[in-house]
Design a protein around this ligand. Structure first.
Ligand code: SF4
Length: 483
């Protein structure tokens, strides 16, 4: 039995127009702006219409099925882009998910970014007939639990409060109720981002995973949805209340170093600036004699700029991603089965790197596959490659929405076990991937670079401290995760 759902790293959006504008074009554009969070499937749920779901990237369907999508009109709706690396990729797993009959009181559609441990949720709704978790996703289980509580007469805040003890993990969600209300909620630790915006032209509130979606549709960022907060938007406007309160938040630093869009503001901090700052931190920590600083495209580019600025070593684009081979930007970390193909889409500018001593900046080494190819193959004509990493060694799995699924796959763990001796990890990882030197960031450098105190960020995959979860998950193998 799988304890942890394969639902992961997605993007959500919800829009409510107070003066009845058709928000569907905004919903589609917002989802396109969140495409980096999930390229496997997508969907929208618009009040008064059946849920629309498709495989692949939004722009492809929006182009091919323009006429069909144009028929969907409404003043409130939600949307989702999805990634999953361990479960089936079928459109049947796409979101939003319908919970309860579409017109039934208390029913709703739900779109979820995050991962929730399933056992507790199954236990919570066993009396609804879910005796086995097979084939039922964490999102469905959470939805059914909520539905059950709402149907029993609980208010929204009471229902979330009652369900919260069973919600072990991360969730940033949007809900569209059968009445046509929009609801947004974020887990009590704030693992995944969620923010609120205002689109003046259509008098719409927008709730989205990242502010890049607001920017894309011309909406203004108002604020983050706070950990433990629920937002309800209806014809009377916006109402906010809390189902939980935790002093210790656990924002995921991986959003800043890799996952989120550089233009986004999360917890008041611009992702691009935090990446650049981390590059400066790395320059202080690892002063290296080199000819050029080169980023692994694309997410490490700001950090390489920061390193270059601080060290005075010129920045060069020695590696370029071929953007024309496939629509959408493949992300090498989140599609493991396609990793080698993606790295093969990185081209080397031979004139730039030949005979040079290179400081190569990357965001992280998870399994080490891409780094080995880049160092050993793409940069084989360089004189020397020193690889610096913006994220500390990943030694433990993530159960809060990023796919570091099993400890046995993590390179730092494979070569050094749970050692926290960073010099030793640097040395062994360098040997493994064939670099002259490897220098990982550490927790202090990560916190300083991002600009969030250590007690406000999640560090579980670095330290093995899972105390921000309600209970520690049992480590699983990849095979067990797939069951
Ligand atoms: S375990 Fe790591 S990747 Fe997962 S939420 Fe925490 S910091 Fe982010």
């Amino acid at each position: 039995m799988s304890l942890i759902s394969p639902r992961e790293k997605c993007g959500v959006i919800g829009i409510f127009s107070l003066n009845d504008h058709n928000i569907v074009p905004l919903l589609i554009s917002g989802l396109e702006a969140l495409q980096h969070r999930g390229q496997e499937s997508w969907g929208i749920g618009v009040h008064g219409h059946a849920t629309f779901k498709r495989d692949g990237v939004v722009s492809r369907s929006a182009e091919l099925e323009y006429d069909e999508i144009s028929k969907i009109e409404g003043s409130v709706g939600i949307g989702h882009v999805r990634y999953s690396t361990t479960a089936k990729s079928a459109v049947g797993y796409a979101q939003p998910i319908d919970v309860g009959g579409l017109t039934e009181n208390h029913s709703f559609r739900i779109a979820h970014n995050g991962t929730l441990e399933r056992e507790g949720l199954v236990e919570n709704i066993r009396d609804l007939g879910f005796s086995s978790p097979y084939g039922v996703t964490d999102t469905e289980l959470m939805g059914m639990g909520l539905y059950k509580l709402l149907k029993s007469g609980k208010s929204l805040a009471e229902a979330f409060e009652k369900l919260n003890p069973y919600l072990n993990g991360s969730f940033s969600i949007v809900l569209l109720t059968s009445k046509g209300d929009l609801i947004g909620a974020r887990d009590e630790r704030g693992f995944r981002p969620l923010c609120l915006g205002w689109h003046a032209e259509t008098s719409s509130y927008v709730i989205a995973s990242e502010s890049c979606a607001l920017e894309a549709i011309g909406a203004k960022l108002l604020r983050d949805v706070e950990p433990g907060e629920i937002m309800k938007i209806d014809k009377d406007g916006l109402e906010s209340f809390y189902f939980a309160h935790q002093e210790r938040h656990a924002h995921c630093p991986f959003e800043y170093t890799y996952f989120a869009h550089p233009t986004s503001q999360i917890e008041g901090i611009n992702v691009y600036s935090s990446r650049k700052n981390i590059g400066r931190v790395l320059a202080e920590k690892y002063p290296i004699e080199a000819d050029i600083v080169v980023p692994v495209p694309d997410s490490a580019r700001p950090a390489a700029l920061g390193y270059s600025e601080k060290s005075g070593i010129p920045f060069e684009e020695g590696l370029l991603k071929d953007r024309y081979k496939r629509k959408g930007s493949w992300r090498s970390f989140i599609e493991p089965e396609k990793r080698e193909a993606i790295v093969s889409n990185i081209s080397t500018i031979k004139n730039v790197i030949e005979g040079k001593r290179i400081v190569l900046i990357d965001d992280s080494v998870v399994r080490g596959t891409s780094s080995k190819i880049i160092v050993g193959n793409k940069l084989r004509n360089a004189k020397k490659v020193s690889l610096l990493l913006t994220f500390p060694p990943i030694i433990y799995p993530c159960y809060m929405g990023i796919d570091f699924p099993t400890q046995e796959e993590l390179l730092a763990y494979k070569v050094c076990g749970t050692s926290t001796n960073i010099e030793e990890i640097n040395k062994k990882v360098a040997e493994h991937i064939g670099a002259s030197f490897v220098g990982y960031n550490d927790v202090d450098g990560l916190s300083k670079g991002i600009g969030l105190p250590k007690n406000q960020i999640c560090l579980s995959c670095i330290t093995g401290d899972y105390s921000c979860l309600k209970f520690k998950p049992k480590f699983r193998s990849r095979e067990e995760m797939k069951e």
